[in-house]
Design a protein around this ligand. Structure first.
Ligand code: RNT
Ligand code: ZN
Length: 419
């Protein structure tokens, strides 16, 4: 046994800093984080056989990728068992499951194509978030969807968006949890455009057309996700930061969604979270780890991840920020990638909740900035790991020292057989 049970001592130490570790553990257990189904099969989905498009890319070819709904759902169940904390499922429209009655195109998908996802959600008492899939499809015309100059193309994708609103509402009704529906397109140009505004006006009108579908705003939370650039669309992205933010700010009930891989590398989403919370009742996040570009590496317990969690926790916004993971690494065991990322975000939330935030704010307001720096450095070495281990145990999830054996066993007994 490599995890000594030092929780009792850790609890006392944190109590001296005014923190009740038991209360923190209980609270964290109830906060859902959305787990993205697309980590399991390199964003392939079940409705087409073409390449991944939209300026996003998975790299690597590690063995054991899920090849069908059964395998993907089995893998997700394994992941759920290895992650502490409350979860939500995050499903993309391209993960529609077509049974006996056969394939329909994306403009015609219906709630019944997502029955299996609802079953999975109910089995684990989870809500579901949803994403129309505006990429990897023959109707993406010249790299464009909702912003295309071709009306038939726009109409197809608008119909897809509307179908997704109906499916989102179905998810919310079935699970009793509101469904966050995120609109992201990879629309853009590789080289200098002659018209930057036209595509944005068309994109705006198309999203408005999608949102003209009737839905209950308490059940469906539409978001618009921005991006700075994608692979093959380096010069211009229609859904830029200013576009998405202004769209959300000017359309009632629409949330801005920030993906921390979608900004210039010197910008940090941690700083943007409180700026948006000053204006929006609710916002949404995609949590990833960009290396040099939107590379969607597995989320780690690194400084910016911790900083993002801190901004949510210390602004008392855990019920105002919809948190979803969004990365896809095909170069390592995909189950491990999923689990490392989920556990890292849980760790970041736990660490933020174990921080004497009120005391730190007071020091800032009293302009005791030297003392603040000393105190901030001090808490970095408090026995966080012991509380984390206890949290895992109380959630019925493996502690860190048991994780590798579980991952290795699943690889040997399940993934290795997928040849
Ligand atoms: C792409 C966006 C988008 C996708 C998913 C699969 O850069 O981050 O959110 O990753 O929709
Ligand atoms: Zn994203």
């Amino acid at each position: 046994m490599c995890c000594n049970n030092r929780y009792a001592e850790a609890k006392e130490i944190y109590a001296k800093h005014g923190i009740d570790t038991d209360a923190v553990i209980e609270k964290l257990k109830s906060i859902p984080v959305s787990l993205h189904c697309w980590q399991g099969d390199d964003v392939k989905g079940f409705d087409q056989d073409g390449p991944l498009t939209g300026g996003i890319q998975t790299t690597g070819n590690y063995m054991g990728k899920a090849r069908n709904p059964e395998e993907l759902i089995a893998d997700m169940e394994e992941v759920l068992s290895l992650c502490p904390g409350a979860k939500k499922l995050n499903v993309h429209a391209c993960y529609a499951i077509f049974e006996e009655d056969g394939f329909v195109d994306r403009d015609k998908i219906e709630p019944r194509h997502f029955k299996k996802w609802v079953e999975l959600a109910k089995k684990y008492n989870m809500g579901i978030d949803f994403n129309p899939t505006f990429f990897s499809h023959s109707k993406v015309k010249d790299g464009l969807t909702l912003s295309s100059p071709d009306k038939a193309t726009r109409d197809f994708w608008i119909a897809h968006g509307k179908a997704c609103i109906r499916i989102s509402e179905y998810f919310a009704k079935e699970t009793g949890v509101p469904c966050v529906m995120n609109i992201w397109t990879g629309d853009g140009y590789k080289d200098i455009p002659a018209d930057r505004m036209g595509p944005r006006l068309r994109y705006k009108e198309s999203i408005e057309a999608i949102l003209s579908e009737k839905f209950d705003k308490n059940l469906v939370k539409p978001c618009v996700e921005s991006k700075v650039f994608g692979i093959g669309v380096e010069a211009y992205t229609v859904g830029s930061a200013e576009f998405a933010l202004t769209f959300a700010a000017t359309h009632d009930g629409v949330l801005p969604l920030m993906d921390n891989g979608h900004y210039h590398p010197t910008e940090v989403v941690s700083d943007k979270i409180p700026a948006l919370l000053a204006f929006f009742p609710e916002i949404a996040l995609h949590i990833t780890r960009p290396i040099r570009w939107d590379s969607d590496h597995t989320v780690l317990f690194d400084d910016e991840t911790k900083e993002m969690a801190k901004e949510i926790v210390r602004n008392d916004a855990l019920d105002r920020v919809y948190m979803a993971l969004d990365y896809f690494d095909a170069s390592i065991n995909r189950i491990a990638a999923w689990v490392i990322g989920f556990r890292s975000w849980q760790r970041a939330l736990l660490l933020a909740m174990l921080t004497p935030n009120a005391k730190f704010k007071a020091l800032q307001d009293e302009n005791k900035l030297t003392e603040l720096l000393v105190a901030q450095e001090r808490v970095k070495t408090l026995p966080f790991g012991d509380v984390w281990a206890e949290y895992c145990v109380r959630c019925g999830a493996p502690t860190d020292c048991k994780l590798w054996d579980k991952i290795d066993e699943y690889e040997k007994t399940v993934l290795a057989k997928r040849v």
